[in-house]
Design a binder for this molecule. Structure first.
Ligand code: SF4
Length: 339
């Protein structure tokens, strides 16, 4: 039996960040007001130890800042705080998130000494103008170089991209996805832009300089991006911000925030696949679609949206969905004619 895995997040909001990216407010995203210190690392791990069942593989993750851009002594103190738990086998590995211009050989060597296995790099866009308008302070070339160095040192590489940033477009997002796929990451996180309180983007939106990225646009675009990464066999491990009470309660003022964004994107992908399948295969009046058990509700769509659309487009009497033994994402037409 596979050991259970659990991530213990430790938030270091804005630690190491040389500037404020226009869209970012880690205090609102993570719900944590102050960056964690070594003592907080201990208490996060001890709390997790009390809760997790024996045999669970725990991964410690430093999120919310630019870990490798934090002064070395501070990085060392945070990593050192986890060392005992790594040595005793409770923490199986550590991951950190950071920015492309915060990566160099010396910093990577430090991480190697402390069982860091995965580095998440906030690439956000591969368009120089979008990066500039978003106040990122790094270039697409920084992302290319950092990715190469991370892989050269043998770390797992996760790249993060955003959609709907200032100056962004559908075409630029497709371009970004293709360029990021060329860097052969082990996984991708896609974050459509959300307008958060107390950010420069909020002010840009209020005075009309920035037009919000709607949930509907984000769903269609993310479905397209997902298919690009899927065709390169790169797993998309996250779609949209993790929902929190703060975000749902008003911190996400506008933009592409939806607590179930990922599910809505999968639903859009299933709709497109079902359309293709029905076009290719031809149908009777009643259709039975077989999908993996984890995709039954995505296939049906929010409030049975996909069922309604397909029924109308293909002039069907009914569509039923059945859970079958297949790959997630596959759709099989079980009964093209009458059931
Ligand atoms: S997006 Fe990353 S680099 Fe920019 S301010 Fe937020 S945590 Fe720092």
């Amino acid at each position: 039996m596979k050991a259970r895995r659990s991530v213990i997040p430790v938030f270091v909001p804005h630690l190491g960040c040389p500037n404020a990216c226009v869209f970012c407010n880690q205090k609102r995203i993570s719900g944590n007001e102050k960056p964690s210190e070594a003592s907080d690392v201990h208490s996060c791990i001890i709390k997790a130890k009390e809760k997790l069942s024996p045999g669970t593989k725990a991964e410690l993750a430093f999120y919310g800042g630019s870990f490798t851009a934090i002064p070395m002594e501070q990085q060392t103190a945070l990593l050192e705080a986890a060392r005992t738990y790594v040595d005793e086998g409770f923490i199986s590995e550590i991951r950190v998130s950071t920015r492309p211009d915060g990566i160099d050989d010396q910093g990577l060597r430090l991480l190697k000494n402390y069982s860091v296995k995965t580095i998440e790099l906030g690439a956000q866009s591969m368009d120089a103008q979008v990066l500039k308008l978003s106040g990122r302070g790094h270039s697409p070339e920084d992302t290319r170089q950092a990715s190469k160095l991370i892989r050269k040192h043998g770390f797992r590489l996760i790249l993060q991209m955003m959609t709907g940033l200032p100056g962004d477009s559908w075409e630029k997002s497709i371009y970004t996805a293709k360029k990021l796929a060329e860097l052969k990451p082990d996984g991708i996180r896609i974050y459509p832009t959300v307008i958060l309180k107390d950010t420069a983007l909020y002010e840009m939106w209020r005075c009309g300089v920035y037009k919000e990225h709607s949930v509907e646009d984000a769903i269609k675009l993310c479905a397209e991006l997902f298919l690009i990464f899927e065709s390169e066999r790169i797993p998309v491990i996250r779609l949209g911000l993790n929902p929190t009470d703060e975000l749902s309660g008003g911190d996400a003022v506008a933009g592409a925030y939806h607590p179930a964004l990922g599910e809505l994107v999968y639903s859009e992908i299933m709709l497109r696949r079902a359309r293709e399948l029905l076009r290719e295969t031809g149908t009777g009046k009643r259709v039975l679609l077989g999908v993996h058990s984890s995709r039954v509700s995505a296939m049906a769509g929010h409030k049975r949206r996909n069922i309604k659309i397909l029924t109308e487009e293909f002039a069907l009497e009914s569509i039923r969905i059945k859970s079958i033994d297949t790959e997630p994402g596959n759709i099989e037409l079980l009964s093209p004619n009458n059931i």
